[in-house]
Design a protein around this ligand. Structure first.
Ligand SMILES: Nc1nc2c(c(=O)[nH]1)N[C@H]1C(S)=C(S)[C@@H](COP(=O)(O)O)O[C@H]1N2
Ligand SMILES: [Mo]
Length: 448
């Protein structure tokens, strides 16, 4: 069977103005935003790579094979031309991006990871999504201090050297902002999976289990049922973490990310890693942990990060990121150029443990097929899944539905709204639908 070709999502070829236009059209509910995007790209002639890919070889042989290119005959560049390597110049459009018009300032804002362009489960550090409440800093590690106080026998201050001398652990975990997919509570709001699901990333984190440090300070682990974590930036980010999670050994005081030090945007030189819990609790620029006997009810857990329920009350401390998944190929903004074979694939995750199973539908949820889970399948980590599909050129609605090891099944929008209403910002883990139209354009849709 013929293998289908795919045109990439608009982020891969549009410039800033083009993206502004596409996103504005999506917000206005104009369903022609994709056509607009491609018209824009054609007008600015920004798609030579896509054209070249699509061109079939002439009958007298492919010049890409027959004519030896310079790189096969000449001398390449020397070692260490670049002391810290960069991606290929052909990949420069793969970037984390802010959603145009989403926030009023660019310091209290968010950039979304380009999920539609990534493979496997690890997010390259330079593409990790960012969420800052008051801008980011590149803090001098020699002057950074980390204090433990509260219900402890001996309060202590650690330098980075103190922390990095201790035995460390390295673990792969996802981090998802509680507000991920939050724009979609009411209806379709953004065109591509970078913006619907891109407040999500996954890294190997290295650090010291917080429990080790608490024990060094003689913390009261019986009456001290909570800890408060505090950041050193101007946002005064403070969050309550239950001691049960800390005692499990999973909460890390981390300095490493994907084999090197944390990136400044992600909390250099020190951040809390709280596996399975929403991003806001992963306090960056971590400077203090206090042990206490009750939740601290800080601004970021009473005014923000609460869920407005249909009865008008707010749900608090709903920190765990429930089981969720998204198909990244095909996804919004991409175009299927041929009928034939496609590998549907995407990401699944759960804040409660491992993903047990992912089902994929191509007919809007009437029929489901079990997807392959690619290895490794790790706890509180992204899992890559895929399923084979032959597109017959007819409209198709692609969905994925994840189940975690507790047996919890990712809900439909109808099921989620029955419990949560649609007044929330946070914790939207509904099944995502992508409509493949007859002309091959893939659109973000929600089924009634
Ligand atoms: N000190 C500090 N920590 C913080 C924040 C912040 O603004 N300041 N933002 C929080 C939020 S809301 C999220 S989603 C994550 C985002 O982490 P990232 O920027 O590394 O993706 O960091 C959390 N920790
Ligand atoms: Mo967040």
């Amino acid at each position: 069977m013929q293998s289908g070709r795919l045109r990439k999502a608009p982020e891969n070829f549009l410039d800033r103005n083009g993206l502004l236009e596409v996103t504005a059209q999506a917000r206005d509910g104009r369903r022609d935003f994709l056509r607009g995007a491609f018209a824009f790209a054609a007008a600015t002639a920004a798609m030579p790579a896509a054209r070249a890919q699509g061109a079939s070889a002439p009958s007298d042989g492919d010049p890409n094979i027959l004519k030896l290119p310079e790189h096969s005959t000449g001398l390449g560049l020397p070692v260490a031309t670049d002391g810290y390597g960069k991606p290929s110049k052909f990949e420069t459009n793969v970037q984390r991006r802010p959603s145009p018009g989403l926030t009023q300032t660019s310091q209290a804002s968010v950039s979304f990871a380009p999920l539609q362009s990534l493979f496997g489960i690890v997010t390259p550090s330079g593409l990790h999504f960012e969420r800052h409440h008051q801008g980011w800093w590149d803090i001098d590690p020699s002057r950074h201090r980390f204090m433990i106080n509260g219900m402890v026998k001996a309060p202590k201050v650690f330098t980075m050297d103190d922390l990095m001398r201790l035995p460390s652990v390295s673990r792969f975990h996802f981090i998802e902002c509680g507000a991920n997919t939050g724009m979609e509570w009411g209806n379709v709001a953004v065109p591509t999976c970078q913006y619907t699901h891109g407040m999500l990333s996954c890294s190997e984190f290295t650090g010291v289990p917080l429990i080790t440090l608490l024990e060094m300070c003689g913390a009261d682990l019986v009456n001290g049922r909570f800890v408060l974590a505090e950041g050193a930036d101007g946002s005064s980010m403070t969050r309550t973490i239950p001691m049960s999670l800390v005692r499990s050994g999973q909460v890390l005081v981390a300095y490493g990310q994907n084999g090197e030090m944390l990136r400044p945007e992600n909390g250099y030189p020190l951040r809390l890693v709280v596996p399975g819990v929403q991003g806001v609790s992963w306090v960056k620029y971590l400077r203090r942990v206090e042990v206490g006997d009750q939740p601290y009810a800080t601004k970021d857990e009473t005014i923000h990060y609460v869920d407005l329920m249909p009865d008008g009350r707010h749900r608090q401390y709903s920190g765990i990121q429930e089981c969720k998944s998204v198909v990244t190929t095909p996804s919004g903004g991409q175009v299927l150029l041929d009928r034939g074979y496609y590998s549907i694939n995407g990401l699944a995750w759960s804040g409660r443990g491992k993903v047990r199973r992912v089902d994929v539908s191509t007919d809007g949820g009437r029929n489901w097929r079990v997807a392959r889970l690619q290895t490794p399948v790790l706890s509180k980590c992204l899992t890559r899944f895929d399923v084979d599909w032959a597109w017959d050129g007819k409209p198709a609605i692609i969905q994925s539905r994840a189940t975690d090891e507790t047996g919890y099944v990712q809900p439909t929008y109808r099921q989620l709204r029955a419990v949560r209403g649609s007044g929330s910002i946070y914790h939207n883990n509904a099944i995502q639908s992508w409509l493949v139209q007859e002309n091959g354009e893939v659109k973000n849709v929600q089924l009634a």
